[in-house]
Ligand binder design. Structure first.
Ligand code: OAD
Ligand code: ZN
Length: 383
């Protein structure tokens, strides 16, 4: 099983369990006299890329014009013409920033740039198992600050919910632990929380399970949650660096990606493996749309020049399927909805759901105030 890796500098080391082995043989020993296409294939084989048996080969890709234009309009035409029913969405922290939750790596605002007060050896140590076992306090302080339940899902979350409701979504893969997908109503069977969830927690020593409520009570009192059966610390079931990704992630990806008819990636730097390499698991004739503030997950350097290697391929002249839409996730999703004729419906859904969430919060506040008043009244000395 793989655990999240911090960079994708060496993708060959970051193989996802179940992935077939790199193909290593069958090519000639010399590159002399090769055409560019042969050189590509030679390198692809030597480096172990494009080893998916289900995938269309590079030669075939060149023949297939996947999108009529490599733009959002091309994607919309494709969705309509192909009658997509197996869209996969992949998300990162960028889909929740408009809800008020910081992402990790954005300069200035990202979480990893704002952890000085915790005196960590490095920013990611806050999510490293070894560090947590020595000193869990920084993580729990941060968890209190970012605790799920205090935020409302975004336009982007509700767009994904609409894909579910309209029968377009095969699965939503998220790296986020803020649970906003669940709050937006994306059902469990459509959701893969690749980096785990705050929903449950486990004692690191005896593995006893605890509920979110049990952990929350302690975290909000600034206590470290300690197991009731042993002296172990109880950690929410979010995946730390050094831990395995959930079984559901490994199982689902094997079933899903071969069937995918469109991949939409939203709000991620695609900097963490094995999640980032999921983009390579869709067949090579399947369009991939990235909606993000910055270009991410794309091939660079010699790999881009040669058109080999994993990653998104926005810039090569042969690209007929990878579309980059730079901007805010919410705006990108609203644009897609508008172009699909669902624009007003999406706006109404967001408003209705936000009103509902506000009302639940107001009712909770009223209840708390009422019960406080009752307690206070009981304290008044009877004359
Ligand atoms: P990052 O912070 O690495 O990337 C967020 C991406 O979203 C960046 O490319 C931003 O430019 C972009 N972005 C931010 N707000 C946006 C918005 N409103 N609209 C469009 N784009 C926006 O976050 P992730 O990719 O999710 O792992 O990070 C992946 C993993 O790294 C996390 O799951 C976490 C972290 O270490 C673990 O803790 C295991
Ligand atoms: Zn225990």
């Amino acid at each position: 099983m793989s655990s999240p890796e911090k960079s994708k500098d060496d993708k060959k080391e970051d193989k996802i369990p179940g992935e077939s082995s790199p193909r290593t043989s069958g090519s000639s020993d010399s590159t002399a006299g090769m055409s560019m296409e042969h050189l590509r294939r030679y390198l692809a084989e030597k480096l172990g890329f494009y080893d998916d048996d289900d995938a269309v080969t590079e030669d075939e890709t060149e023949k297939v014009k996947v999108l009529d234009e490599v733009t959002v309009d091309g994607i919309i035409n494709y969705i309509k013409n192909k009658n997509c029913k197996n869209i996969i969405t992949m998300a990162g922290a960028g889909i929740s920033t408009s809800a008020g939750i910081p992402d990790f790596r954005s300069p200035g605002t990202g979480l990893y740039h704002n952890l000085k007060k915790y005196n960590l050896p490095n920013p990611q140590a806050i999510f490293e198992l070894d560090f947590f076992q020595d000193n869990p306090r920084p993580f729990f302080e941060l968890a209190k600050e970012l605790y799920p339940g205090s935020f409302k899902p975004t336009v982007c979350h509700y767009f994904i919910k609409m894909l579910v409701d309209k029968g377009y979504l095969l699965r939503h893969y998220t790296q986020n632990i803020d649970t906003l997908e669940r709050v937006a109503g994306i059902p469990d069977d459509k959701l893969v929380e690749a980096h785990g969830t705050f929903h449950t927690g486990h004692c690191l020593q005896c593995r006893k399970e605890y509920t979110q409520e049990w952990m929350k009570e302690r975290i909000f009192k600034d206590d470290i949650p300690i197991c009731e059966s042993c002296p172990g610390v109880v950690k929410p079931d979010i995946v730390f660096f050094g831990e395995n990704l959930p079984n559901k992630f490994h199982k689902s990806l094997l079933v899903d990606f071969g069937k995918c008819d469109l991949l939409i990636i939203l709000g991620s730097s695609l900097a963490v493996q094995p999640f980032a390499s999921l983009v390579d698991r869709v067949p090579s004739n399947i369009p991939r749309l990235l909606i993000n503030r910055e270009k991410a997950g794309h091939r660079t350097g010699i790999m881009a020049m040669l058109g080999v290697g994993g990653g998104l391929d926005f810039d090569s002249k042969d690209n007929t399927r990878d579309v980059l839409w730079l901007g805010e996730c919410d705006e990108g999703c609203q644009l897609l909805a508008d172009k699909l004729g669902w624009g007003d419906e999406l706006k109404e859904l967001c408003k209705k759901e936000h009103d509902r969430i506000d009302k639940v919060k107001d009712d909770e506040t009223d209840e708390t105030t009422a019960s406080k008043k009752e307690v206070d009244a009981s304290k008044v000395p009877k004359l």
